[in-house]
Write a protein that binds this ligand. Structure first.
Ligand code: ADP
Length: 376
């Protein structure tokens, strides 16, 4: 059975066109065709019809295959164009292929025409499928980004609105404990203590979730300015001074650069990473080093510690909200700190990761573009 084929023949000779059609029929096609030999005629053929393939003579008195290719491009059409020619040098053939022709045949080897058409039509299908897949992917990514943004917005509103009732619960539980301690039996005292602890922990979780979602939905926008990282680091260390002296931690640093970033978020980033480096220490006092070096177009920062280390298998887990590797007790926390770090770094166009060996300390790295535009 013949395969229908809509073919636009760009050819000034009726006889040559007939030859082409005969070859196509022999190859199993049933061509519906039109012959044009000027740009105007091809333009109106493209406007009026849909075509599976264009077969073009290389040069005609009033038109040419390269001009036909240009026209296809101008129309934004992905229709294979096969050049057929009497005698043309190899260099012209190469130039025509480079300009976008899909195949090049000599008139004396027209038996190759039908297989060439078949191959080009298959490739059009592949290109179409790939384009469709790419468009689907873009749509899915956009959808994901939208639903992520909605979730972050939801987390923001929820954590924000939960704060007040939680504050009332913790305050009144505390009052209840003060008022009732020793007046009821020991079991009742335990119950009250459980409630106080749970409510206090919930408040900490909600507070950190709110901090995270503030960065995620960027409540106040991310404020970019030139900041001296040494100054930001010193502010972060001042906030950590209680745990630094409690743990007898030593924090050293390289000379740090000036970068374009949000000062509040950068302080939070240093504070979270150094806070963790101090918190997750082993038997010896924490030693932390903050490094920075230029690597191509980025600044690469590092926060290295001599602490308990992290197993590589938790690589993805620790950067997610509420994910911790330890129970409360020895290492208190909510599991939000690194998620905040990741959000901050990503908002600044960088990447965050760690290298570590359990028992042998960890180094957290993050990159920031050295040169950047002024908005995020
Ligand atoms: P939190 O510190 O509140 O537990 P984070 O999100 O900051 O939450 O960290 C997630 C988990 O990653 C921690 O519970 C800990 O198990 C691990 N972690 C983070 N930083 C370090 C570090 N410097 N050394 C060892 N473990 C770490």
């Amino acid at each position: 059975m013949s395969v229908p084929l809509k073919v636009l023949i760009v050819e000034d000779s009726e006889d040559d066109a007939a030859l082409l059609l005969r070859q196509l029929k022999r190859g199993g096609y049933e061509p519906a065709w039109e012959r044009v030999d000027t740009a105007e005629a091809m333009r109106s053929a493209l406007q009026e019809g849909t075509w599976d393939v264009v077969i073009a003579d290389y040069s005609m008195p009033r038109f040419s295959a390269p001009a036909a290719l240009k026209l296809l491009k101008e129309f934004g059409l992905d229709i294979p164009l096969i050049v057929v020619s009497g005698t043309v040098g190899e260099d012209v053939a190469v130039a025509t292929m480079r300009a976008g022709a899909h195949d090049y045949l000599l008139k004396d080897s027209l038996t190759r025409l039908a297989p060439a058409v078949e191959r080009e039509l298959r490739e059009v299908e592949v290109r179409k499928a790939r384009k469709q897949a790419e468009e689907d992917l873009v749509l899915r990514v956009e959808e994901l980004a939208r639903s992520n943004a909605e979730l972050e917005q939801f987390a923001y509103v929820a954590s924000h609105d939960l704060q007040e009732p939680l504050r009332i619960i913790t305050t009144h539980c505390d009052l209840l404990r003060i008022r009732c301690e020793g007046r009821l039996d020991a079991e009742a005292d335990d119950y009250i203590n459980f409630v106080v602890h749970a409510a206090t922990r919930m408040r900490a979780l909600v507070k950190d979730l709110l901090t995270y979602s503030r960065v995620a939905v960027s409540e106040n926008g991310t404020r970019l300015e030139r900041i001296d990282c040494e100054r930001v680091l010193n502010d972060a260390l001042a906030n950590l001074s209680a745990s630094i002296s409690e743990k007898a931690a030593i924090v050293t640093h390289d000379p740090l650069p000036t970068v374009t970033a949000d000062p509040v978020q950068m302080e939070q980033l240093f504070q979270n990473l150094i806070g963790n480096a101090i918190k997750f220490h082993g038997d010896v006092p924490p030693e932390v080093h903050v490094g920075a070096r230029k690597k191509r177009s980025d600044w690469l920062f590092s926060v290295a510690d001599n602490g308990i280390g992290i197993d590589r298998q938790y690589e993805d887990k620790i950067f997610a909200v509420f994910q911790r590797l330890h129970k409360q007790g020895r290492y208190p926390g909510t599991g939000v700190g690194l998620a905040i770090c990741k959000k901050i770094v990503e908002r600044h166009g960088g990447r965050i990761w760690f290298e570590s060996e359990p028992g042998n300390g960890s180094t957290f790295y993050f990159s920031l573009p050295a040169e950047r535009r002024q908005s995020l």
